[in-house]
Write a protein that binds this ligand. Structure first.
Ligand SMILES: Nc1nc2c(c(CN[C@H]3C=C[C@H](O)[C@@H]3O)cn2[C@@H]2O[C@H](COP(=O)(O)O)[C@@H](O)[C@H]2O)c(=O)[nH]1
Length: 341
């Protein structure tokens, strides 16, 4: 059995050895305090996954779980070189960008009778069919379309050959454990193995694998096959938006040298030292925010272990980043073209 490094232990190690990125303890404390009142509100909870996002499935059945698997298999690299020229998808009279454009294209295909979430379909999709399903409503195509074609075929074939064609089979095999589902995904689906080497040590982030488990928990509303008793063991999902919002909220800091590279729009490679430090410190920073939030509630005599975890903190911060794009425009995000986030 392959050993998969823990993203949380990786994050701690990276944060302890990071040169260009640092977690600001005082900033972490301030963010936890600012979230204190919000954390007990309804939208911070699991129900927000459906109630706040019209493109997410309304149901909690096999089709909804397969929708989550398809979307999270493609849940990477939506950023555009120029802000004014980007991939957009029009769906039901609304125009979507970024991650939501992917969801809009999937729902558009389903409405057109294309069974895009069925493994028997995406296992054998041609590149032209992928281009058609994810066609843009601007002249800018969805980035990494060839890689998306490859991971779709690869994931579809594995799902058909080993799991009867549905991700719900994987979920049922994990006896309501998020960690077991995470490891089943890592063992069987290579495109989810989001790892790097840092200071000669193998480290992991597993962004898409962890968000797949989290979105499965969310679409099943934390009930039945999705009642993971260890959901709090997941970390946040190290994408390119969470670091941006943590720096904006002053919980995390970049060196002047790194900030300069980011402002110049430098294209980093997956596994570069700066990229690993940004992603690892983001995970560690959010683990500390969660810890502070728990302590604040304990002081109030409230046990919020069910309500506060990295998944719900992540969803909140990610939605915050989407809603505060304008306020955050002078905080650059790091640019990497890869299939991991
Ligand atoms: N950390 C974290 N990263 C997330 C998500 C999501 C979508 N999840 C939503 C869906 C259901 C729930 O309600 C969640 O709100 C996408 N991403 C990543 O963001 C980037 C896209 O950004 P932009 O270009 O601005 O759209 C890209 O790396 C993508 O992989 C998340 O939740 N957390």
């Amino acid at each position: 059995m392959e050993v998969f490094p823990s993203p949380l232990e990786s994050a701690k190690f990276i944060a302890e050895h990071s040169k260009d990125v640092s977690v600001d303890e005082e900033g972490v404390r301030r963010v936890a305090e600012s979230l204190f009142d919000k954390a007990s509100a309804a939208e911070f909870g699991l129900a927000g996954w459906k109630s706040l996002h019209e493109l997410n499935p309304r149901t909690a059945d096999k089709e909804a779980v397969d929708w989550v698997f398809l979307v999270d298999t493609l849940n990477f690299s939506f950023w555009s070189e120029q802000e004014e020229r980007k991939y957009l998808v029009k769906y039901k009279n609304k125009t979507y960008s970024g991650y939501w454009s992917l969801c809009a294209a999937v729902n558009r295909a389903l409405d057109d009778g294309i069974p895009i979430t069925s493994a028997s379909y995406f296992a054998t999709m041609t590149l032209d069919q992928v281009r058609h399903v994810f066609r843009s409503d601007t002249e800018v195509p969805l980035p990494l379309i060839e890689e998306r074609h490859r991971v779709l075929n690869e994931s579809g074939i594995i799902l058909l050959e080993k799991f009867g064609g549905s991700f719900l089979t994987c979920v049922k095999r994990c006896e309501k454990s998020a960690q077991k589902l995470l490891h089943l995904v890592l063992e069987n689906f290579p495109s989810y193995r989001d790892e790097a080497v840092f200071e000669k040590k193998k480290v992991s982030f597993y962004k898409r694998a962890q968000i797949l488990v989290a979105d499965t928990w969310s679409v099943l509303e934390g009930k039945g096959d999705g009642s993971f008793d260890d959901i709090s063991s997941l970390t946040i999902f190290a994408d390119y938006r969470i670091p941006q919002v943590l720096v904006h909220l002053k919980a995390m800091k970049y060196s002047e040298e790194l900030m300069k590279k980011l402002r110049e729009g430098k294209l980093f490679q997956s596994g570069d030292k700066e990229e690993v430090e940004i992603r690892g410190c983001s995970i560690w920073c959010c683990a500390l925010i969660c810890k502070h939030l728990q302590e604040l509630y304990q002081k109030k005599g409230q046990d919020m272990h069910e309500k506060i975890n990295a998944v719900l903190l992540d969803y909140y911060l990610w939605d915050y980043a989407r809603d505060h794009r304008e306020d955050m425009k002078d905080i650059p995000f790091h640019r990497v073209r890869c299939i991991y986030y």
